[in-house]
Design a protein around this ligand. Structure first.
Ligand SMILES: Nc1ncnc2c1ncn2[C@@H]1O[C@H](COP(=O)(O)OP(=O)(O)OP(=O)(O)O)[C@@H](O)[C@H]1O
Length: 234
């Protein structure tokens, strides 16, 4: 599905991550863990086509997209929800979702029908459908950002630190929703918080000093205190 081989990413000629290889298979939630500044956002931005890789290849469903423009990657099914929960603050929750649906849906009734599964997945958004997005809580804004991305019908959804700034109970709920999303859409999530991978990940990779240093099932990585201390500084 998503196949990343020997990817080197960075700024100018300065490599931040070197020789990164991994895959995301159908139905998987792959979590990439790493300390502040290790290059997690840089990796996702590169996969999304928002900045060029320095070396290596990226393929989606067998098709090489290493040099494909960002908007075309979205149309092919690779969607990024960046950190910061961007939506349109002066538009209501449902208007934000309608806009997300407009990539595939035609006309008002088709658009309204298209957003129903997202409102089912996030009942809080259904309750607040007429509220302005700018007045939502941080957790609700995150759900809205994920909901909008889902409306693009991605085959791989990439989430950049979705737990950032959220209360622990909301992070747990978010982890559960991500596990639900993975029944239809593969997920690649970068995190520092262990609660999201603990609830949703099928595989965990650890980034340290520019490389993937560990890879395993969540129970192998997340309960290994040496790994957690050494690589995440928590
Ligand atoms: N536009 C840029 N130009 C040059 N260097 C950058 C740029 N953006 C990020 N960096 C540097 O690249 C490194 C990795 O940054 P990145 O934001 O990818 O890390 P991160 O793992 O996502 O961090 P955090 O967990 O703190 O969000 C950092 O040293 C950062 O200062």
């Amino acid at each position: 599905m998503l196949d990343v081989q020997n990817l080197t990413v960075g700024y100018g000629q300065r490599a931040i991550l070197s020789d990164i290889s991994f895959t995301v298979e159908p139905g998987e939630v792959v979590a990439i863990l790493g300390a502040n500044g290790v290059g997690k956002s840089t990796l996702l931005r590169t996969l999304a086509g928002l900045q060029p890789g320095l070396a290596g290849t990226v393929a989606l469903d067998g098709r090489t997209i290493t040099r494909t423009a960002a908007h075309k990657r979205v149309a092919l099914g690779l969607c990024l929800v960046p950190e910061g929960q961007q939506s349109f603050p002066a538009m209501s929750v449902q208007e934000n979702l309608w806009l997300g649906a407009s990539l595939h849906a035609r006309g008002r009734s088709e658009t309204e029908r298209a957003v129903e599964p997202v409102l089912d997945l996030f009942p809080k958004l259904a309750e607040r459908r007429s509220q302005l997005a700018g007045t939502l809580s941080g957790g609700e804004r995150q759900m809205l950002a994920i909901g909008r991305a889902l409306l693009a019908r991605p085959t791989v959804l990439m989430l950049d630190e979705p737990s950032h700034g959220l209360a622990p109970i909301i992070v747990e709920q978010l982890g559960e929703r991500i596990a639900e999303i993975a029944r239809e859409t593969s997920v690649l999530v970068v995190e520092q918080n262990l609660a999201v991978p603990a609830r949703a990940a099928t595989r965990v990779l650890v980034l340290d000093e520019g490389r993937i240093t560990r890879e395993g099932r969540p129970e192998e990585i997340l309960h290994n205190e040496d790994v957690i201390h050494a690589y995440l500084g928590v």
